[in-house]
Design a binder for this molecule. Structure first.
Ligand code: PEP
Ligand code: MN
Length: 334
């Protein structure tokens, strides 16, 4: 259920209303819609008499929740959302290329990769500092030091940065990072999503390993509902029965999600393929299918990489993919 409040409702009246709703067992997420405060109710809203709510002085109208995911759905937001990060626009008619190492390993490693991806046209520098690794014995990133190095490289090359946050308690360490990534394994970590919804930075939400489109969208809704509208989706392959690639890139997710939601949809062909050989083809296919851009792992010395070396593109191969992707983009957006 949605309560549309009168434009002149005071903060005090709103607080009184929220307290009253809480007594009824309802929680309210506040959004501004055409200048009016709107409360999205959750809890057992169907059990509450809409007539009683409508009789409250500050309530203008009571609407049923026609769409189960009203904020993420394209139905009420027909225009594409464009997420702005510095000078870079993500979504709408903008092409976005994010690249960098799987994990920040050292200053020298990161700077050489940052230099190469920037000269190939990448607009956002990626680098993991807190790595969710399948084995507890694997290298899990440099943590805070990795974030510091990433922010420094971003400043040096004037590239906004993106890095994965695995726990809301780590957020203060991400102050200098521009985009907060939610990894596939955390797509349904709802307390993390809520915490990211309560802060202002853009969130790159990767699709879970076995998430349906609706589940993925519901995770985006968790962030939007808390008040952060800057959500970017990233398809990164899902689990299937085949074993030739690390995951199965779901190309259909691109047009389907773009139909369901106004949020930007990017593709990560690196984690989808798990082997450098397949990444250029999947990256090109993703742009041809309408993706708003790519996130690609790059390393100057893949054999020595501390994580995901087998799927790291060499700088020259990334440069070729970047050029091809732009060419395909140009055909679709003349
Ligand atoms: C990553 O991008 O660093 C990553 C771990 O990807 P995913 O969460 O998609 O596995
Ligand atoms: Mn990786």
């Amino acid at each position: 259920m949605i309560l549309v409040l009168k434009k002149d409702t005071s903060p005090r009246q709103e607080a009184q209303l929220t307290a009253y709703l809480a007594e009824l067992g309802l929680t309210a997420a506040r959004q501004l819609c055409q200048g009016k405060p709107v409360l999205l109710l959750s809890g057992q809203a169907d059990r509450v008499d809409a007539g009683i709510l409508l009789s409250l002085p500050m309530v203008e109208s009571v609407l049923p929740l026609a769409d189960p995911l009203p904020l993420a759905s394209r139905r009420r937001h027909p225009a594409d959302t464009v997420v702005q990060v510095g000078d870079v626009s993500i979504g709408g008619g903008h092409f976005c290329l994010m690249a960098g190492p799987c994990t920040v390993e050292s200053e020298a490693q990161l700077l050489s990769i940052a230099r190469s991806v920037q000269s190939a046209g990448a607009q956002i520098l990626r680098g993991g500092a807190y790595k969710p690794r399948t084995s507890p014995y694997a290298f899990a990133g440099l943590g805070e030091e990795g974030l510091r190095l990433l922010a420094e490289a971003g400043r040096e090359f004037q590239l906004p940065t993106v890095s994965e946050v695995t726990d809301a308690a780590l957020l203060p360490q991400f102050e200098e990072i521009d985009i907060l990534q939610v990894g596939a394994r955390n797509m349904q970590n709802y307390t993390l999503l809520q915490a990211l919804g309560r802060q202002p930075k853009p969130v790159l939400l990767k699709r879970g390993l076995a998430a349906t489109y609706e589940e993925w969208l519901a995770s985006a809704e968790y962030i939007l509902r808390e008040g952060n509208p800057h959500v970017i989706l990233c398809e990164r392959g899902i689990r299937s029965y085949q074993s030739g690639t690390r995951a199965t890139l779901d190309l259909a997710a691109i047009p389907v999600m773009q139909g369901l939601t106004h949020l930007p949809v990017l593709v990560d062909p690196s984690h989808a393929s798990g082997a450098a050989d397949w990444i250029p083809a999947l990256g090109r296919a993703a742009i041809a299918a309408g993706a708003g851009g790519l996130m690609v792992e790059v390393h100057t010395n893949p054999a020595q990489a501390l994580s995901d070396g087998e799927q790291a593109l060499l700088p020259q191969d990334f440069a070729r993919l970047a050029a091809d992707a732009r060419k395909i983009w140009g055909l679709l957006h003349p």
